[in-house]
Design a protein around this ligand. Sequence first.
Ligand code: GTP
Ligand code: MG
Length: 366
Amino acid sequence: MEAGGTATEAGAGPSTSGQGQAPKPTVILVIGMAGSGKTTLIQRINSHLHATGRNGYIINMDPAVTHLPYGANIDIRDTVKYKNVMKQYNLGPNGGILTSCNLFATRFDQVIQLCEKPRDPPLQYIVVDTPGQIEIFTWSASGAIVTELFASSFPTLVAYVVDTPRVAAPQTFMSNMLQACSILYKLKLPMLLLFNKVDVARHEFALDWMSDFDAYTAALEADSSYAATLSRSLALVLDSFYANMRSKVAECATEYEQFYLPELERARKDKAAREEARQRKEMERLRTDMEAASLRAAGAGAGAGQAAGGSAGAGGSVGGRGPGGAGKAAAAAGTGSGAGTAGGPMEVDGSDEDDEEDGDEEEDDV
Ligand SMILES: Nc1nc2c(ncn2[C@@H]2O[C@H](COP(=O)(O)OP(=O)(O)OP(=O)(O)O)[C@@H](O)[C@H]2O)c(=O)[nH]1
Ligand SMILES: [Mg+2]
């Protein structure tokens, strides 16, 4: 495997857990097309880490894998049984994987706690194996939760695995690069392109295409189809994408510290401010509700007192000075106690509306 350089050669960058503690491990999210060799690559990374006396932590997020060539420290299959999920929710294979990942994501805070546990020697890398169906990880709630939780706790990067023999044709290469680009946009994390299976096909042609536009257009020369013309235009556009690709894990970790972490902090502050505003609104609503309830209770008490004194029309007069429509409804109902029942449903309607608004806010947060 090559990364326009090598993938696992460098340290995890300067980030630390604070208070003079050991540096934080770097999280490597291994993503790539089905069969591109993610799992095999992780097995090799794992043995390389062991051979060089470094401490790594491997997490398997693929619920459908039948055999793992490495010993995972955390395995989604220990928590969620993919086949049971398929049966229980009447799902097909992809729906089963997606739902299993989502179920696992609901407990991902525990995974982060395990990763944060101090160890001797300290962890240097946390490597995450993902399902072959890229979109299941990158475009699902579980992918968003997992990446966000990792990125807010550790320097995190995406290692995009390219199946080198399968991208030897210029247009397949372009489609794979667009896929990588879309993941970069979605996950917003530093990215490492890993050219895999170089024992079958060397990766130098890809490096040439990425660094030299003329070399790429020359490869497309014989092809005058619309797709080839589009590929030429896209190669120009992707120039800055290629230029920003890193070739070492440490470079990605530094990029994370310099650009992604400040952005993350800003997003976290925004979220905290939104949450504070929501809580303030809730408190205000609660206060208004309580005031209204105490006014109603006072009104109902007065109505009951007058009714006990034998005045049949007293309910009407209570309604007149009660809080708006509720009082009038009580008068129409003709009893003092009716004020309570008429007031109840109106209040429930109101809180339902508010609850829907709050629900939207929560969805945006996720
Ligand atoms: N020749 C060669 N074959 C490889 C290499 N890496 C992986 N393979 C083969 O590619 C196939 C798929 O490998 P996996 O590691 O299961 O790929 P994956 O991306 O994890 O697959 P999914 O999880 O199903 O998406 C297997 O047959 C591997 O033996 C490599 O570097 N060279
Ligand atoms: Mg795999």
